[in-house]
Design a protein around this ligand. Structure first.
Ligand SMILES: Cc1ncc(COP(=O)(O)O)c(C=O)c1O
Length: 478
């Protein structure tokens, strides 16, 4: 049977060990103050005995006296309780509950996970059925059996995982050392610690951009220089040059491959152009490589980190590719920056989830990651191709889409005549869920469309969702 927690009261005899009279006085005084409402459970005899360093008998004598006076009552197998007393106030007189803290307005958090029923068309996760839960369970069992493991953590992250990550990046021509890798709670924490460690107070970001990056930077008080990205026209480097010269951000955050939400990947001259602007306008670069590994061939893309060398800060994550609930991402930064960045991480979490880190390290070490990626890519490649074929077949004239060739999603651009709120509502009525991406834009959206996540729904579901989407677009066209 569960028991309520007991209410404590202080017994403070001056300069001697308390006797039973002290306990009686303390209970009466506490009750008079309103601190022992009727029905409260008192500390069991053995607890007071230990706490006060006195004999069990002394406590028992005090409780017996209080029972005799009608102040306490004993309930069999439950303990000692304050007896009903009509005059005992439930809340001490004159005390009001403290006010709730004042909060800043909550950021407009849209999106989120998949819906339970119907078809989620904008979700950027991989279908959970493609994720390696069995192999991870095997690794988890093995890790938990390691002696002495449970008590440890390293604020920078589990060293074998950092080593495995560095080795994999080196194999992709991204030079780095395990000491330059910081494991984070998802790559979201990497963005957070970079933003908090920065001296600069302005950051350049693409618009549209991964919405939670923009909201995070804004919530940390960073001013934003928006850099317009049109996935159909590419990057207007002259316009970026003017915006960067005017805003003078200290850092530019760039999702240079399989950009979220547009699926755009920077062309080589755009990567070089951004690096040239960084040198001229003296801003640092934070590159978010969230979409690597999700389709075959995606690791062959050139990256800012490859071309710009070790000064480019780089983040990536295992959320989408291995398991969202592991919450493991990482940040690669020049070793001179690592102490400050790790200090920021410590301030927010002390250390990451070491257990997840060790499980993932084991998963990489055993070669399971490579096997998993191969199987997953066969499925995601097929879904990507099926998605493009369905769009080709189903979408009316005037609808365009990007062809990312990597990452989990593409951008579907609609004619302006299609009202987005009306489309969202019409689809919701048929249980097809899309993400209105307004939060991804700084200011008025210059694109008019939505993100299609092709890696989450199964092929027949994706097909059905796109059929319904195409029908509703046609209905909303004049
Ligand atoms: C571009 C981009 N970066 C970072 C993240 C953060 O993801 P996580 O913290 O799960 O690694 C996301 C999440 O969707 C994303 O889309």
């Amino acid at each position: 049977m569960s028991r309520p927690p007991y209410v404590s009261f202080s017994v403070r005899p001056r300069g001697r060990r308390p006797g039973s009279a002290d306990i009686v006085d303390a209970v009466l005084a506490e009750r008079a103050r309103g601190g022992l409402p009727a029905g409260s459970r008192l500390a069991p005899v053995r607890v007071l005995e230990q706490q006060l360093g006195i004999s069990k008998n002394t406590v028992q004598v005090a409780y017996d006296e209080l029972v005799a006076r009608g102040v306490l009552e004993t309930r069999e197998r439950e303990g000692v309780f304050v007896a009903d007393a009509p005059d005992a106030p439930a809340v001490p007189a004159g005390l009001e509950p403290p006010p709730l803290p004042a909060l800043r307005p909550a950021p407009p958090m849209t999106g989120g996970g998949p819906h339970r029923d119907g078809i989620s068309l904008s979700v950027i996760f991989i279908d959970p059925d493609l994720l390696p839960t069995e192999k991870l369970a095997e690794c988890a069992r093995s890790v938990l059996r390691q002696p002495g493991f449970a008590n440890l953590y390293d604020a920078q992250g589990y060293r074998p995982l950092r080593e495995a990550i560095a080795a994999r990046l080196n194999a992709r021509a991204i030079a780095c050392d395990p000491d330059e890798v910081i494991i984070t709670t998802g790559s979201q924490q990497a963005l957070d610690i970079v933003a908090r460690a920065l001296e600069v107070r302005r950051i350049g970001i693409e618009t549209p951009v991964y919405a939670y990056a923009r909201l995070l930077f804004e919530s940390l008080g960073l001013a934003i220089t928006p850099l317009r990205l049109d996935p159909f026209a590419g990057i207007d480097l002259d316009a970026w040059d003017r915006q960067l010269a005017a805003g003078r951000p200290g850092l530019v955050y760039a999702i240079s491959s399989f950009h979220n939400p547009t699926g755009y990947s920077y062309a080589s001259h755009e990567l070089a152009g951004l690096l040239e602007l960084a040198a001229r306008h003296r801003f640092a670069i934070l590159e978010d490589d969230w979409g690597s590994d999700m389709l075959s061939g995606s690791e062959y893309r050139p990256m800012l980190r490859m071309l710009g060398g070790g000064n480019v800060l780089y983040v990536n994550s295992f959320t989408k590719k291995v398991l969202p609930s592991l919450r493991i991402g990482y940040l690669v930064a020049d070793r001179a920056l690592v102490p400050s960045l790790v200090a920021m991480k410590r301030l927010s979490t002390l250390g990451g989830a070491w257990l997840s880190e060790a499980i993932l390290a084991e998963f990489l070490e055993r070669g399971y990651y490579d096997g998993h990626v191969e199987t997953m890519q066969r499925a995601t490649d097929a879904r990507y191709r099926a998605c493009l074929a369905a769009l080709e077949e189903l979408m009316p004239d005037g609808v365009r889409w990007t062809t990312p060739g990597g990452g989990p999603s593409l951008w579907l651009e609609l004619p302006r005549a299609v009202s987005m709120p009306a489309l969202v509502a019409a689809l919701a009525a048929r249980k097809v869920w899309i993400d209105p991406t307004t939060a991804a834009f700084c200011g008025e959206p210059h694109l008019h469309g939505l993100r299609i996540g092709y890696a989450y729904p199964k092929e027949p579901e994706l097909r059905r969702g796109l059929e319904i989407l195409a029908e509703e677009i046609r209905r909303l066209l004049p």
